[in-house]
Ligand binder design. Structure first.
Ligand code: NAI
Length: 340
């Protein structure tokens, strides 16, 4: 068993005492918004990931505390905390993966699109810094509305001349996590054996779980499938309402974000057949961005899979979601171009 001594601060005095040696390459993961509801548990989960050698935690405030706390966990990654704008560059430099859960979450009665006005600007600024300090990093966008923030990021990177569509991901893993959980519970299957692709986008009806392609197949009625679909689409709202004004999904999102970042790291490290659903630049449909199964590799997206055969119900859902998704994508692109 390999051990490492962790630094409790960004002081290199401690950093050089790390004598971890492992067959896994050095990988720096940066979390932007690391002191938030998602950021904190996600930072902890990334600290537990043996593929991470450096964990860089950035937020407007509070990150020295989160970093000091995380750094005491006896796992490989060295943890560094950065706060305030002036430290953003240092936080990002050399990152292999940048995870972005920075921004405001929903309150009851709000849609993800209601967050646009605040989060669009935050994402734009953070992505401008990503383009400057770690243009080759894989970007995992969690900040909502993902259907718009990913197109914003793409425009920022295009303007900076660093855009590589293979390296920009909208994190839709929580939709997959929910679909798996709800399906397994309904079908009475062991949840760890269940897989359900979820395609489209990440908001309301744009979230389209493909239960007809779920594995293993269970004999569920059409009405059950409709209920499961609706519950997956409204999963976020279920949590927002239960939290009654204290935010949206944080723990399940941190779990989902950690799964997706792990998949990105495995891909970078050359692990074969790493497949996750993600909202990426795509030609699977006529829309410029779309979530579907992607294979991750050394350059990020290696392959985008088609949708396969859909049931009539899913086909109808697909047609219905395109209108909303198209509008959200265009809204993001327009924002980025106007605020250039
Ligand atoms: P939160 O309010 O608890 O935390 C957000 C953090 O972002 C705060 O610590 C805040 O200081 C930080 N922040 C704000 N502006 C920043 C900036 N310019 N630079 C760095 N950090 C900044 O919110 P929570 O619950 O963590 O949610 C974060 C985002 O994730 C929200 O937009 C939410 O809608 C989204 N989300 C996405 C999901 C998905 O499936 N993709 C699921 C759940 C939430």
């Amino acid at each position: 068993m390999l051990r490492s001594v962790q630094s409790a601060s960004k002081s290199s005095k401690f950093a050089i005492r790390n004598y971890a040696s492992t067959s896994n390459p050095e990988r720096k993961v940066t979390v932007l918004g690391a002191a938030g509801g998602i950021g904190q548990p996600l930072s902890m989960l990334m600290k537990l990931n043996p593929l991470v050698s450096t964990l860089s935690l950035y937020d407007l405030a509070g990150t020295p505390g989160v970093a000091a706390d995380c750094s005491h966990i006896n796992t490989r990654a060295q943890v560094f905390g950065y706060a305030e704008d002036k430290e953003l560059g240092k936080a990002l430099e050399g990152s292999d993966v940048v995870i972005i859960p920075a921004g405001v979450p929903r309150k009851p009665g709000m849609t993800r699109d209601d967050l646009f006005n605040i989060n669009a600007g935050i994402v734009k600024n953070l992505c401008t810094a990503v383009a400057k300090y770690c243009p080759n990093a894989l970007v995992n966008m969690i900040s909502n509305p993902v259907n718009s923030t990913v197109p914003i990021a793409s425009e920022v990177f295009k303007k900076a001349g660093t855009y590589d569509p293979k390296r920009l991901f909208g994190v839709t893993t929580l939709d997959v996590v929910r679909a798996k959980t709800f399906y397994a519970t309904k079908a009475g299957l062991p949840v760890e054996e269940v897989n359900v692709p979820v395609v489209g986008g990440h908001a309301g009806i744009t979230i389209l779980p493909l239960f007809s392609q779920a594995h293993p197949q269970a004999n569920l009625s059409e009405s059950d499938i409709e209920k499961l679909t609706k519950r997956t689409q409204d999963g976020g709202t279920e949590v927002v309402e239960a939290k009654a004004g204290k935010g949206s999904a944080t723990l399940s999102m941190a779990y989902a974000g950690a799964i997706f970042a792990d998949a990105c790291l495995k891909g970078l490290n050359g692990v074969p057949d790493v497949v996750e659903c993600s909202f990426v630049e795509s030609n699977v449909t006529e829309l410029p961005f779309f979530a579907s199964k992607v294979r991750l590799g050394k350059n990020g997206v290696e392959e985008i899979y088609g949708l396969g055969t859909l049931s009539d119900y899913e086909q109808k859902g697909l047609e219905a979601l395109k209108v909303e998704l198209k509008a959200s994508i265009e809204k993001g692109i327009e924002f980025a171009r106007k605020n250039n």
